[in-house]
Design a protein around this ligand. Structure first.
Ligand SMILES: *Cc1c(COP(=O)(O)O)cnc(C)c1O
Length: 533
């Protein structure tokens, strides 16, 4: 079954979708099967105006990758962590031998790693926001690795510097309607850290008349800066608050509605209480796509509360930000354009190789305070003569040119390609959710908001949390599937709060493959469902 909304004419037939499914991402034919198997380039969704027609002219880079990485035969190696660690110790140490092994070092890896690594390109690898990487991104990433540019100064980079400018301009325009600024990051954790740093410094500058980058936090600000985020906000927010000298307790959790979205009335109430206590709200953080349920907080209402309190408004769209790529789903992010900053991870709903994060700011000058004048990287006269440097765009110095792979994949697929890939994943989530609703052995936790599905097996004899947890570990240990687990938030937390999670990020997966996965889970659960579990 093809999940993407296809035009009536020219929809790819089942066989071509299955061929694609067998091999996308990671995911290529072994060299000796090249005659029958599609090349990597053929495995990609067709570009606009060429629906369903495979590419015939695979690029040389993609074919090299194809020869190197066999298609996944299973989601992960069976046997569990201890045995594998022992094998790694036996076969890959000493790490630094006295005499180098030469080519044998790489040959050993090529024979070992594809079999012994969790394969995100397998249809039964569905635990995390861990997408199958796009072969186009892989190829561009390889090119960049070979060339080795670094983005901190123009004289280590050249074209990739200009490409990063273009990528930041394109994505900030998608997010905010006009070009802002941005940083290419390692992911949501770094993006959230950077956003809260900007928010903290702005609050200290405006509220306390101190430039924190130079003088640190004034004593009058200590213990008085607050961050308001959904109780289901990502843990990296609290971590960032700790690193930024605010303390984890500066993050005040705002209750959520039954569908896991932040309750906007609770936010307004808590914000008023915080301000009345004489504390200052440095940031309101909304989540666009919670990690578990994919819930999108009411962005416009959050923006309103942030504005009313003079607070920075950050949207953690690490997961949902990929919807910017979809003509069909983009409107789900309405209100994002009101944000001061947004985190978007393209290594989640964007099929990039890890890492590919974006921190976007609406104000083109927002990253100004990060700029550094360094004699050996960014002296004034060089800049005056037209040599830019991106040093002030990141907290890192030496920095990969991850913009290149983003640019390559975006231009390859276009909005139409991404729209179809995203529709496919939404379709799969709806299919699986409908199955859980119809099958009395399972219980759906809530309707899917994006492409994750939370559910559990209805244990009839054993403790439901223990049965469901054991099912997941059994599938891992057998090398059969990688499914996720989490717990429902308060007030449902406690005994019976454990839920399994399927994260559907592989566009080529067919209904038959999903059926097989669900059967596997049911079978494994039936084996575990007895009073001892
Ligand atoms: C994944 C995720 C993060 C963290 O992003 P990384 O890329 O893993 O650093 C932050 N927020 C949300 C909502 C996420 O889903």
């Amino acid at each position: 079954m093809n999940w993407a909304a296809q035009p009536e004419s020219g929809a790819p037939d089942e066989a071509s979708v299955l061929a694609t499914a067998a091999a996308y991402a990671g995911a290529v034919a072994p060299a000796d099967a090249a005659a029958e198997a599609p090349t990597v380039a053929e495995l990609l969704p067709a570009p606009a105006g060429d629906e369903g027609a495979p590419h015939q002219d695979g690029s040389a880079l993609l074919q090299m990758l194809g020869a190197l990485v066999p298609a996944p035969v299973r989601p992960l190696p069976p046997g569990g962590p201890a045995a594998l660690a022992e094998r790694v110790n036996r076969e890959f140490t000493p790490v630094l031998p006295e005499l180098g092994l030469g080519p044998a070092s790489l040959d050993a890896l090529a024979g070992f790693l594809p079999e012994q690594t969790v394969r995100s390109a397998h249809p039964r690898t569905v635990a995390h926001l861990h997408c199958p990487p796009d072969p186009v991104a892989m190829a561009a990433d390889t090119l960049v690795g070979v060339l080795g540019p670094s983005q901190d100064s123009w004289d280590q980079s050249a074209a990739p510097s200009a490409m990063e400018d273009e990528v930041v301009a394109a994505f900030s325009t998608l997010a905010f309607g006009a070009a802002g600024a941005g940083s290419i990051t390692t992911g949501g954790t770094e993006s959230n850290h950077l956003a809260l740093l900007l928010a903290r410094d702005e609050a200290v500058r405006r509220g306390f008349g101190v430039e924190p980058a130079a003088d640190g936090l004034p004593p009058t600000a200590c213990g008085r800066l607050r961050i308001l985020a959904s109780a289901l906000g990502h843990f990296s927010l609290a971590r960032a608050a700790a690193q930024l000298g605010l303390g984890e307790r500066a993050v005040i959790p705002v209750p959520v509605l039954p569908d896991h979205r932040l309750d906007p009335r609770a936010l307004a109430r808590i914000a008023a209480e915080v301000t009345a206590r004489g504390e200052r709200i440095a940031a309101v953080v909304a989540t666009a796509g919670t990690t578990d349920a994919g819930a999108i907080d009411p962005l416009a209402a959050c923006a309103k509360t942030a504005r009313a309190h003079g607070a920075w408004f950050h949207v953690d769209a690490a997961y949902g930000g990929g919807l910017l790529l979809s003509d069909v789903r983009r409107s789900m992010l309405a209100g994002l354009e009101l944000a001061d900053s947004a985190s978007v991870d393209l290594h989640k709903l964007g099929w990039q190789t890890i890492p590919a994060g974006l921190l976007l700011t609406r104000d083109p000058t927002a990253l100004g305070p990060l700029a550094r004048r360094v004699a050996y990287l960014s002296d004034l006269d060089d800049e005056a003569e037209g040599y830019p440097n991106l040093l002030g765009r990141s907290l890192r110095t030496t920095r990969r040119a991850d913009a290149v792979k983003i640019l390559a994949a975006c231009r390859h697929h276009g909005r139409s390609g991404y729209t179809r890939m995203i529709e496919s994943c939404f379709g799969q989530a709806a299919y699986v959710a409908a199955h859980f609703e119809a099958d009395p052995r399972f219980e759906l936790a809530l309707p899917p908001a994006l492409t994750t599905v939370l559910f559990r097996y209805r244990a009839r004899r054993g403790d439901p949390d223990r049965v469901n947890a054991a099912v997941r570990r059994d599938l891992l240990a057998a090398g059969k599937a990688v499914i996720g687990r989490t717990r429902l938030p308060e007030p449902a937390a406690g005994p019976g709060s454990l839920r399994l999670k399927l994260t559907l990020l592989r566009p080529q997966t067919t209904s038959a493959e999903l059926d097989a996965l669900l059967d596997l889970i049911a079978q494994s659960a039936a084996d575990r469902d007895h009073p001892g579990t």
